[in-house]
Design a binder for this molecule. Structure first.
Ligand code: PRP
Length: 191
C-alpha cells in the first residue's frame, strides 16, 4: 500500500472489542478449567494490545510469552515464507498453550507457528484471533476462537499497523485512500 493520504473510518468500536473479549475469555476459561498454568503466546507485533486485554480478563493462572514472526511475499508466487525472529523463552512441551493472533489473513503466519509448536508436543494447543479475514485465506488454518469476521478491507488499530502507524488506535478502523488528493499531496497526520 502506498503512502498516499488516507483517512480512517471506525469499523469496530473499543466498546465492542471489550465486550467480545469478555465473552471469549469466558469460553477460554471453560476450555482450560483446571489448567496448572496456561501459556499464552502472543504473535508480535500486532497482538500486543489484544493479548494485554485478553489476559486481564482470564481468571486462570497464566504465563505470557511471545513469538515474533516476519513474513514476506514474492509477487510472482502465491506462497509466503514466514521466519521466526524471536522464539519462546520457555518450553511448550506438555503445556496448555493458547496462541494469540491479531488477524488471520492468508493464514501463513498462524499455520507456520502452529506447525512449530505442535512439534514441541504441547498438552493442548488452541488459537484465538481477534480478526478473521476468510476471503484472503491461502491455507486451511482456522483459529479456535475468533473475535470478529471481517471483509477483505485494509484495517488498522488495536495493535494493527499501516506502515508502522496507527497501532495505538483504541478501535479497529478501515483505511480509506483519499482518492481526490493529488499524488504529490503532503501526508495526513497519522497516529
Ligand atoms: C500481520 C498480522 C498477523 C499476520 C497475518 O503481521 O499481525 O500476524 O500479518 O497475516 P497472514 O495471515 O497473511 O500470515 P505482520 O507480518 O504485518 O507483522 P506485525 O504483527 O509486526 O505487524
Amino acid at each position: 500500500m502506498s503512502e498516499r493520504p488516507y483517512h480512517i473510518e471506525q469499523m469496530i468500536s473499543a466498546k465492542s472489542i471489550a465486550a467480545r473479549i469478555e465473552t471469549l475469555a469466558g469460553e477460554i476459561e471453560t476450555e482450560f478449567a483446571g489448567t496448572k498454568q496456561l501459556l499464552v503466546v502472543g504473535l508480535l507485533r500486532g497482538s500486543f494490545v489484544f493479548i494485554a486485554d485478553l489476559v486481564r480478563e482470564l481468571s486462570l493462572p497464566v504465563e505470557v510469552d511471545f513469538i515474533e514472526t516476519s513474513s514476506y511475499g514474492n509477487a510472482m508466487q502465491s506462497s509466503r515464507e514466514v521466519r521466526i525472529l524471536k522464539d519462546l523463552r520457555g518450553k511448550a512441551e506438555g503445556r496448555d498453550v493458547l496462541v494469540v493472533e491479531d488477524i488471520v489473513d492468508t493464514g501463513h503466519t498462524l499455520a507456520h507457528v502452529l506447525t512449530l509448536l505442535k512439534g514441541r508436543r504441547p498438552a493442548r494447543l488452541r488459537t484465538i484471533a481477534l480478526l478473521d479475514k476468510p476471503a484472503r485465506r491461502e491455507t486451511n488454518v482456522k483459529a479456535d476462537w475468533i473475535g470478529f469476521e471481517i471483509p477483505d478491507e485494509f484495517v488498522v488499530g488495536y495493535g494493527i499497523d499501516y506502515a508502522q502507524h496507527n497501532r495505538n488506535l483504541p478501535y479497529i478502523g478501515r483505511v480509506r485512500m483519499d482518492v481526490d488528493a493529488p499524488d504529490d499531496a503532503p501526508e495526513v497526520k497519522k497516529c
